[in-house]
Ligand binder design. Structure first.
Ligand code: RET
Length: 251
């Protein structure tokens, strides 16, 4: 019989709590949009969509959908006796990857508009980001012990470096053409994003990939990161946008 690694009570509660937070954030962001002219609402629309997608994904996960069982076989080699096999069934929430493949490009769009990145750079950053998420999904379901599993993970990490390259290096260069206030704000929120985003591959490595952390531990770790990356990021962006008129994109 396989060893089961499934969501427990704490994980379930956490998923519901984050669902509620995402719904509230979506409602507040939408309300903030209605108070200003339509011409200034682009960040609001993008940011509200981000938390709506997250709410949908968390609802799916909290109700037991958006998940699949990953069958893992570990082969233990022994001297003089035949190899033994250990079977583990671990739950993988693929809904996360659907969420991330839509929301991380939108988050990048927020930052790109703020920096005034060129269309070519925005497109390259977004495509690299989608490759990062999809190869991360391949890694999550890749058979244990195959080189491809961590190979996909490595490709995802390289894609992540491409994203950082476009946002940090080119974004910084571009935003210096804007007012010092905008440049200062971009530097702060981009650094915050860099720190939070970099924690995801670390959590993945010790939870989904390395299975050192339980499914509940994984849910809690991603919950904290998702709240920082979406509602906290969103509030910070929209409040600052309201206070610094030069952040307007004119789109
Ligand atoms: C994976 C695993 C493969 C290697 C890398 C990853 C990066 C994921 C990131 C996710 C960011 C998610 C956000 C969600 C929004 O709330 C796919 C975990 C590099 C950076 C910001």
């Amino acid at each position: 019989t396989p060893k089961l690694e499934f969501v427990g009570h704490d994980g379930k509660v956490t998923l519901w709590v984050v669902f509620v937070i995402m719904v509230i954030a979506s409602a507040v962001f939408a309300a903030m949009a209605w108070r200003i002219p339509v011409s200034n609402r682009l960040y609001h629309v993008i940011t509200t969509l981000i938390t709506i997608f997250a709410a949908l994904s968390y609802f799916a996960m909290a109700t037991g959908h958006g998940t699949a069982v990953h069958h893992i076989t570990l082969r233990h080699q022994h001297k003089h006796v035949p190899d033994t096999f250990e079977h583990i069934d671990r739950q993988i929430f693929w809904a996360r990857y659907v969420d991330w493949s839509l929301t991380t490009p939108l988050l990048l769009l927020d930052l790109s508009l703020l920096a005034g990145l060129s269309g070519a750079h925005v497109l390259m950053a977004v495509i690299a980001d989608v490759i990062m998420i999809l190869t991360g999904l391949f890694a999550a379901f890749g058979s244990e012990g195959t080189p491809q599993k961590w190979g996909w993970y490595a490709i995802a990490c390289i894609s992540y470096l491409v994203v950082i390259w476009h946002l940090a290096i080119n974004g910084r260069a571009q935003v210096s053409n804007k007012s010092p206030k905008v440049a200062q704000f971009f530097a702060s929120i981009a650094l915050f994003t860099l720190v939070v985003w970099t924690a995801y591959p670390i959590v993945w490595g010790i939870a989904d990939g390395g299975r050192i952390v339980s499914v509940d531990g994984e849910i809690i770790a991603y919950a904290v990161l998702d709240i920082l990356a979406k509602p906290v990021f969103g509030f910070w962006l929209l409040f600052t946008h309201a206070n610094i008129p030069e952040t307007n994109v004119g789109l």
